[in-house]
Structure formats: C-alpha cells, structure tokens
Design a protein around this ligand. Structure first.
Ligand code: CMC
Length: 385
C-alpha cells in the first residue's frame, strides 16, 4: 500500500528501513543470499585480486575501467591533489586531542572553505571534488596522527601510489611493497557498498541539494559507530582481551551467555559470508605468520569456526570488519585509526552515490508514526507542578 502524510495510522512500519528499496543505482550490486558483490558490474573478487585502488576509484567514478593512458592521467591527478592547505593543518592541530574520525570529519568540513567548486553540484564537479577528497583524505588522517604525537606532518610523496603514500605520511618511512599492496586491497574492498548507512546518510545530505563536502562529512559521522565501521576496532580489542587461543572458549561463552553481540559478524543484507571477508582472512593468516604472531589469526579462526558456526543457520556470518582489524594491528596501525582507513576507501563510494543523487534528485524524507500524546493543554510556567 502506498502511504501518504495523511495516513494517521499506517498499516506497516518498516523499522530501520530494512529491505526497503528507495531508488535505483548503477554503483554496486549485492546479492545477500549468495554473498555476491559487484562494483559497476565487476566482481569484487576480480577487483581485489587483479586491480588497484586507483583503477577502482576510476571505475566507480567514471563507470568503466580505464585504458592505460586514462589510468595514468587519473593517477597523476590523484597524486597532484594530495596536499591540504596550511589552514586545514592548523585546524587539525587545534583538534589534535580528538578521535581520528572526528579529526577527519572536521578536516573534510574545513576543506570546503578552500575548494573552488564547493557550491557546484553538477555531476562533473561532484566527481572532480570526489577525486580531490579521495586524494586529500589520507593527508588529513596522517597529519592529525603526527600532530597528536607532537610530530610534524609528513608531506605527500608523489613518487608513491595512494596506499604507499598514506603509509609514508603516517610513519615517515617508505613502506615495503607487500605492506603497500595489503593496504591497497583493503582500500579496494572498502570503496563502495550500496545503500549502507553512511552512503545513505551522505545521500540524504545530497538530497537537500547541499554539497559533496557536507555529504562526505555526514558519511564520516555515520560510519564512525560500532554497528558500522567501528566494528574492526572492537574485533581486535576482543582478540587482545582473549590473548591466547586457549582462552577463547571461556571468553566467547561469557559473551554469548550474556546475550552479547560478536563484533565482525552479521550484516543487514548478507545472509551468507560477506564476500570481502575471504580476501582479508587469507591476508590476515599470511601476515600473522610473517610477523611471527600467528596466535591472533588462531584466535579469530577459533571464534569463526568453533563459536560463531552455530549462528550460520540464522544467516549470521563473518563480515568485512572481522579480519580487517587484525591486519591493521599487525601492520602497527593504532586501533583508533582503523575506522579512518575504512572511511578513506569509502570516499569514492560516497562521491558516486552523491553524484547519482544529484543527477536524479528527490528529497529523502520518510515518515514516522506519531505515538505520543495529543492536544494537551498548554499551562503557563508558573502553574506547573
Ligand atoms: N552477534 C550475535 N548476534 C547477532 C549479531 C552478532 N554480531 N548480529 C546480529 N545478531 C542477531 C541479533 O541479536 C538478532 O537476534 P534476535 O532476532 O534473536 O533478536 C538478529 O541477529 C538480527 O539482528 P539485528 O540487529 O536486528 O539485524 P541488523 O540487520 O539490524 O544488524 C548489524 C546488522 C551489522 C548491526 C549486526 O549484525 C551487528 O550488530 N553486528 C555486529 C557489529 C558489526 O560487525 N558491524 C559491522 C557491519 S558490516 C560492515 C559495515 O557495515 O560497516
């Protein structure tokens, strides 16, 4: 039944907008039953194994895979746009005591003051701004991380790719190829995911004909919560609490007996394994062996295969965040930076979704059934008990 604002008693309330289609998209396809994910028609498994983050951003923003020359030019544009104004560095210095996601949100918002196209909501300008924000995002996160340690920010290095440059700005050291490739895949896997909460939030902002900087700022704010991007940090905290594989059984039973939720499991759409997980699982295994700390992977495997196996019949499987945290941890990345890394990948997806929203806009404004009291008599403040 189509409801209208005049229905005082709607027949059905779809809480959390679960399973509601609100528009069409060409961004990504998700089959939650099968655990299948396509970006612009291409399987995430092919992109994770064969592509690069730069190529995937091009694919998402321009709708097709680039040829060699297009990719080279695009990569150069990304490299040329990494710097952020000194004024934004000063803002980051002022908020250096905040969580990295708060600093990223503030930094992106501050960049609006310096972007010459901030008010232009044409699809072309939105894409150009999205390319700039994708390139500038890592500079914000790395600069804030340096400033909060009392260190000078490290300037972007145009000789390195997107992932390598981010790691260099973070640690002031050129990373090895394996580490760069790990982060590159991680960025690919986080780049786009349909109408997830943060992309929906970004679209709501775009739907008021606000602008991309406001929408990406919204996206960062929505992503921050533990029900969304914050789960990776929580998973690693759980693994650290467990400490050793032999403690996992008691620890997990305690969570389950108390009706707790396992972070890194469950998804609003997938009723099968999240297709991101396999790429991060294998890489987490290899990395934990390489750095001589195999017990983290053993703990996670125990939780997945021995404890959470009983939830599979209810459609609760491992999600993208379960193995991501262990990879960041083993790379020496502080746990409060985990969500920011997710956000840096997702700027491309938010941009694409906003461009779609601007192109065929309708204000996103649903209804809620009122369940409060009605027509109460107003009493003057002096007459109230
Ligand atoms: N551990 C234990 N039980 C769970 C879990 C979990 N991780 N996830 C869902 N359930 C149960 C839940 O208790 C509920 O049971 P019942 O029907 O008996 O009350 C049932 O499954 C449905 O849960 P829901 O919260 O109504 O479902 P949802 O679609 O709103 O939840 C979710 C999606 C991601 C919020 C949830 O699965 C969750 O809280 N997971 C843990 C946090 C997490 O890993 N988040 C990352 C999500 S994927 C990446 C991203 O989006 O950023």
């Amino acid at each position: 039944k189509t409801k209208s604002a005049w229905d005082k008693n709607p027949e059905e309330i779809i809480k959390g907008l679960k399973d509601v289609y609100f528009d069409t998209t060409t961004s990504s396809f998700i089959d939650g039953q099968e655990g299948k994910l396509l970006y612009r028609g291409y399987n995430i498994h092919d992109l994770a194994e064969k592509s690069t983050f730069e190529e995937v951003v091009y694919l998402l923003l321009y709708g097709k895979l680039p040829n060699k020359q297009q990719l080279e030019e695009f990569d150069q544009t990304m490299r040329a746009n990494r710097r952020i104004p000194d004024e934004v560095i000063q803002v980051l210095d002022l908020v250096k005591g905040s969580h990295p996601m708060d600093a990223l949100r503030t930094g992106i918002s501050a960049l609006a003051a310096f972007d010459p196209e901030v008010k232009d909501n044409s699809v072309e300008a939105t894409i150009r701004k999205g390319v700039r924000l994708t390139a500038q995002g890592p500079t914000i996160v790395a600069a804030h991380h340096r400033l909060r340690q009392g260190l000078e920010p490290v300037a972007p290095d145009p000789s390195l790719n997107h992932a390598g440059n981010f790691l260099k700005m973070l640690f002031d050291e050129v990373p090895d190829q394996e580490t760069t490739d790990l982060l590159d895949v991680d960025f690919i896997l986080h780049a786009e995911h349909g109408s997830n909460a943060s992309s929906f939030g970004a679209r709501v902002t775009a739907s008021t004909i606000s602008d991309l900087h406001s929408a990406v700022t919204t996206g960062v704010g929505v992503l921050k919560g533990p029900a969304h991007g914050g789960a990776a940090e929580e998973v690693m905290r759980m693994a650290l609490d467990i400490g050793q594989p032999e403690n996992a059984e008691d620890y997990c039973r305690n969570i389950l007996d108390n009706g707790g939720r396992f972070m890194g499991f469950g998804h609003r759409v997938y009723r099968a394994e999240d297709p991101h997980a396999r790429h991060l699982r294998e890489r987490s295994r290899i990395l934990s062996e390489k750095v001589g700390q195999p017990h983290w992977f053993q703990i996670l495997t125990y939780v997945e295969e021995e404890v959470m196996v009983r939830y599979r019949s209810r459609g609760i499987f491992v999600n993208v965040d379960f193995f991501a945290g262990s990879i960041y941890y083993l790379l020496g990345i502080p746990d409060d930076l985990f969500i920011s890394i997710f956000a840096l990948g997702r700027i491309a997806g938010w941009t694409l979704q906003c461009a779609e929203q601007f192109e065929d806009n309708i204000l996103l404004r649903p209804l809620m059934e009122y369940t409060g009291e009605m027509d109460l008599e107003y009493t003057a403040i002096g007459d109230r008990s």
